[in-house]
Design a protein around this ligand. Sequence first.
Ligand code: ATP
Ligand code: MG
Length: 944
Amino acid sequence: MSPKKLTGAEIRDTFIDFFVEHKHTAVPSSSLVPGGDATLLFTNSGMVQFKDVFLGQDKRPYKRAVDSQKCMRVAGKHNDLDDVGRDDTHHTFFEMLGNWSFGDYYKKEAIEWAWQLLTDVWGLKKENTWATVFKDDQGDIPSDEEAAEHWRAQPGFQDGHVLYFGRKDNFWEMAETGPCGPCSEIHYDRGIKYCDKQHIEGHVCAVNGDCARFLELWNLVFIQYNRLGPNTLEPLPATHVDTGMGFERIVSVLQDVDSNYKTDLFTKSLDVLRSLTGHSLAAMESDFTPYRVVCDHTRAAAFLIADGVVPGNVGRNYVARMIIRRAARFGTKIGLHEPFLAKVAESVIDTYGDFYPELTKSRAAILDNLTREEIRFARTVETGTAHLENLLNELRAQNKTILDGRKAFELYATYGLPLEISRDIAREQGLDVDEEGFKAAMDEHRIASGGGKAMGKAGGEDAEFFAGILKDLHKNKKLGEHGVEYDPYTSPRAEGEVLALVINGELVDSASFGDQVEVILPKTGFYIESGGQVNDTGYIRSLTLPSPNGRGGLPSPSGGRAGDEGHWEIEITNVRKPSAGVIVHVGEVISGQPKVGDMAIAEVDMTRRHDIMRNHTATHLLHAALHQVLGEHARQAGSLVAPDRLRFDFNHPEAMTPEQVERVERIVNDAVAADMEVIPKLKSREDAIAEGAMALFGEKYGETVRTITIMPSSFDMSVEETNVHPSAVVQHEHKYSYELCGGTHLDRTSDVGAFLIISEGSAAAGVRRIEAVTGRGAYDLIARRFKALKQIAATVKSSVDEVPRKVESLQDEIAELKKQLTAMRNEMAQSRFSGQAENIQKVGDVNVLAMEVPNANADTLRSLADKFREKYPKNGAAVLVTGSTVIAVLTEDLVKRGLKAGDLIAAIGGRGGGRPNMAQGNLPNGNIGDALEKVAKAVEEKLK
Ligand code: ATP
Ligand code: MG
């Protein structure tokens, strides 16, 4: 053991420094939200950001890298939630330290360096260090003798410390498909005192055993296959090294503590919690689980929110919600009922803010989201758990143990009780909840409400099929190694041979009129939905034979030449990328019979695309304007760029004021009028970020990124090209907007035309949404509004400019007329009352009046009632009705005789109340005449 204990931050630094000395490039962690990967909810390991590099579809300027990656294991293939809080070594969110070789060094160096770092640099005991290697329990994949030999060759490595394990432990896969390979894990024997199973008879401590003595520290993965499906492994063109060491675990070993939570990574959080509960250290440790869960979940929530994942109802947002609510519930177990998570989160930001500046930047959003979510949860949790308890009681009464998932979903939909919490409560009582049923109900609910699948596997179903097609096309030299060429930027037209036609998931040689087809061409200019920008639509047509000058002629778009020999046309409504390198156009044959091998031209609908580009450029201007008006925190949280409108979600805790909305709109329109240049550029991601380009969460950024700069055209960009640092920082000031973006844009801002905000509202907790229109959409809106305005002007007989004043004076006039009308109605009602008030019924000595007073209101009824009592100061009972309003009055002597005004209302089927001598209420729609006939009878009965 090294003499001086290193802090967590120092341990992270030593790891990175060690590999930098061995010629690795230090790269930052990618977001917890995997960029452009629909198959994965969260980044669950270091390799996620390098997946495409392993597949040979992306390149980096380095062949060796080192990093500390933010990971989250609460969903999908890697879900550790059940262990979190119960053990000391699994978290939902954790950091994974990794060194990487992209087709460079392999097993020998990876093992040698791991051994050196652990035992020489950090001083772990060699005799306590163990290694596992892969031996296929299914006998298909070769054993990893190579790794075993390298281990045995390390200086001081103990005989017999290499152990063999099968697929579950020693074959690493990120997800159902993708790069994978055999791995070699390093386990550390912490000594018998760490065994927590000593009291169990027959227990033997072992590597991959079930006690805490042997700790898995580090996994060295040797990537050499690409998994295409459950039974298909394809060797990769090059072999790679991908390692992952649990950061919290190595810190616990080096700081010599028996729990990840006792490292300095959690000290501040635990201190905050103890200051809130007042527990001593010993009291805390005797009931450690709630402390562990709260610390773990709050840390995870803080990192999620910093990466733009706020609490919500589906997908990632559901996880954020679940984890915050679960933390709050575990807080109640240690007596914390007021919102307290923000206080714990402060300590997380303190501990991690230096290495992960996004936490510090998002401080306000983190604290705010946590507290709001706690308050929301507090409102429903009691009713929700009470209902759950009832369901669990019913379950026991029926001698069952598993709660129907559908019922658990109802608890979520109605009371916001996440599955995971219902399950916690059920398990605390020896029962459980059917998870599949919950998810199915959730998906159904989503689909019924127009959304996609909520938690299930996303897409990817036909990936294998299309990957197979790509392989064949590559073999036949029809496609290059990168597959279909994708260029939506330079030309809306692309010519080429029809390489494949797919109908209903099957390859066909030709298609006919009316068929729904998928078409693969060697290249395309169609934009594939990403970064919020929707797909392009357009046409693919057969290319007629070359004309004498050698250029292909373009058939007319009308499809009117369907009769021509061989001519055909497909209307394209969608474009997608089912698998790496494969782009398919989806559409319907609207004329002729397309065949594989035909020459064709694919043409994007440019009118629509132009509308889209206006909205995309305007989105960047809007983003910049929001920063100006609201501040830097107003970062993009979601975006839709469609032809008819744009929708932009951003972080902001409260509704914008009308003045702020107006200012934003004006700033954008000024930027449009300034006719600035929109300049796309390719550059390295590091440079772009160093220059201050705005990177967005959930976007996929390779090593080479595309940036969109919007700046006044007087500024000379060429200066920047030759001279990147440090002047780039200064030049950034000339940039109006600078974002990483793969979308298609205008050349100049003036082409936006006009920008109009149509709404500002809430999208989710702490997230606002603006919808706006530009160009033709703005014109349509203005034209519509103008027309309406002109109609109004004509109707109110004024000029357009005078309309507001005219309408205001009309309103005054109406108010005055209403007042007069009411007065007149009252007068009429009074006089009619005087006329009819003679219709008194005698019930013994009591004068009973029951009458309907048309066109009156409650005030009139009351004044009529007073009149009645003036006329009959004694022995008087009246029930007056107008519309559905009913009033009953009694003279005092009748009250003394036990009559109540409210009883009379009740007697005729009305509802309401008041004082004994006067009550008001409602008469549900019905026959007023019948009701009134009951009055005299009621008086009679009550007085008996
Ligand atoms: P375990 O068997 O302990 O769950 P694993 O086999 O799932 O680990 P890997 O997927 O190989 O782990 O991840 C690499 C390293 O990350 C592990 O060796 C371990 O140190 C660490 N690690 C894995 N899961 C977690 C977790 N939930 N919390 C903290 N560290 C983890
Ligand atoms: Mg695991």
